[in-house]
Design a binder for this molecule. Structure first.
Ligand code: PMP
Length: 418
């Protein structure tokens, strides 16, 4: 699926037993509205494998205590599990564990960078370049920063296929640009951005780059050393892990130079009313009791993915996307929104003039869970002069039978409206 070296999943892949994998996801095996659930909303959040659910339960049943501060056995176990999770994340990213900051999710990671890295550096007249493909969480934090500093947020355009216009992006990367924020994969169109080329353009001009990996990490993975970016953000819950936990990876020298974002316990070395000193990185950015069980669950998810192999997952999903694309296009009146050169995870579409919300409601009655709306990416909708699309999104447990069920449900919806 990926052609870049920064994305970790190469084309070759081991055999993949989707039936065996599906059996490991309890939530997939239920009926909704009297029909077997067909879950095609994994871009919003993935279902969780038994291994993740069990890891979280085990933590609360045996090891639960607060981290870093206690000398008793449970606190030592909890600390070991939490720091072990950090090491697992570091392996997933090919990073140094000291560069791994636990946060609530991609949104919090981006806000942290905006406030701690961006705010001290930006002045009136400076620019932050984002792309039109971004999720609101990679737009609004920069707008808040711009409002506070007098800087401007400048969008880089996309073409009619939903691909970045690289030449236009290059023209925007002038001397006023202090940061470029770009997604790895668009959650609304499925576009895989050419990160290597984009990052090379920015680096040639000394512009730091933040990559939003919320949709990229689950399908392509990442090697942050090969990537050459400055920041990478992702969320556990889109990668088979729990909600409430995510990661900011940042170059060590940035983390060292950045001031703390939030104050509280754990992020300090010593506190007095005369002088407070801060903990070393990454703890300087982890104020308060962290989501310990969340980190444990995320590590279990990453171990689960590693055991299967991202290449195998990527190949399975790529095959399924091709099938789904062909099957949808064979339905009269279906139009794909976004036909990017490289796609991961997501298909956005319209069916005749049926409103996407009506469509999603009708197919839900058939047990088929898809999403309708602007997908927290209103600038993309504006680019295509749409208010909303329907979106089917896929994960390692998705099957050709899911695609067939979607096609049947869409036919039924069309009949209802004709
Ligand atoms: N970026 C992208 C591309 C996303 O798809 C999402 C979630 N839909 C986010 C950022 C934000 O992730 P979270 O809500 O988990 O913080």
């Amino acid at each position: 699926m990926s052609t870049t070296t920064a994305n970790r999943a190469p084309a070759a892949a081991a055999p993949f037993d989707v039936a065996a994998r599906r059996a490991e996801f309890p939530a997939l095996h239920q009926q909704v509205h009297g029909k077997p659930l067909v879950y095609l909303d994994s871009a919003a959040t993935t279902q969780k494998p038994r291994a993740v659910i069990d890891a979280i339960s085990r933590f609360y049943e045996r090891d639960n205590a607060n981290v870093h501060r206690g000398v008793h056995a449970l606190s030592e176990r909890a600390t070991k599990a939490f720091e072990g999770a950090r090491a697992t994340v570091a392996r997933f990213l090919n990073a140094d564990p000291r560069e791994v900051v636990f946060v609530r999710g991609a949104t919090e990671a981006i806000n942290l960078v905006a406030q701690s890295f961006g705010r001290p550096r930006l002045q009136a007249g400076d620019e932050v370049v984002v792309t039109t493909l971004e999720h609101h969480s990679n737009i609004v934090p920069w707008q808040l920063l711009a409002a506070a500093t007098g800087a401007r947020v400048v969008p880089a355009p996309i073409d009619d296929a939903g691909d970045l216009e690289l030449a236009a992006l290059e023209r925007l990367l002038g001397p006023k640009v202090k940061l470029l924020a770009v997604t790895q994969v668009s959650n609304a169109l499925g576009t895989v951005t050419p990160l290597e080329a984009v990052i090379a353009l920015a680096r040639a001009r000394g512009i730091p780059v933040l990559v939003d990996g919320a949709q990229g990490a689950p399908h392509l993975g990442v090697d942050v050393k090969a990537l050459g970016a400055d920041f990478y953000a992702f969320s556990g819950h889109k990668l088979y892990g729990p909600t409430g936990i995510g990661v900011l990876w940042a170059r060590r020298e940035h983390l060292e130079a950045m001031p703390p974002w939030q104050g509280g316990g754990d992020m300090i070395r010593s506190v007095s009313f005369e002088k407070t000193t801060f903990n070393e990185v990454p703890y300087k950015f982890e104020a308060g009791t962290p989501d310990i069980a969340g980190a444990v669950g995320l590590a279990a998810a990453l171990d689960y993915v590693a055991a299967i192999g991202l290449p195998a997952i990527a190949a399975h999903e790529a095959g399924l996307l091709r099938e789904a694309e062909a099957a949808l296009l064979a339905i009269p009146g279906v139009r794909l929104v976004g036909t990017p050169r490289q796609r991961a995870g997501v298909l956005s579409f319209l069916v005749g003039d049926i409103h996407p919300h009506d469509l999603a409601t009708i197919v839900d009655r058939q047990g088929v869970a898809i999403r309708a709306g602007h997908h927290c990416a209103q600038p993309i909708m504006q680019r295509f002069k749409l208010a909303a699309t329907a979106r089917a999104s896929f994960a390692l447990y998705s099957t050709p039978a899911d695609v067939e069920a979607l096609v049947r449900a869409l036919h039924a919806a069309i009949k209802l409206f004709s």
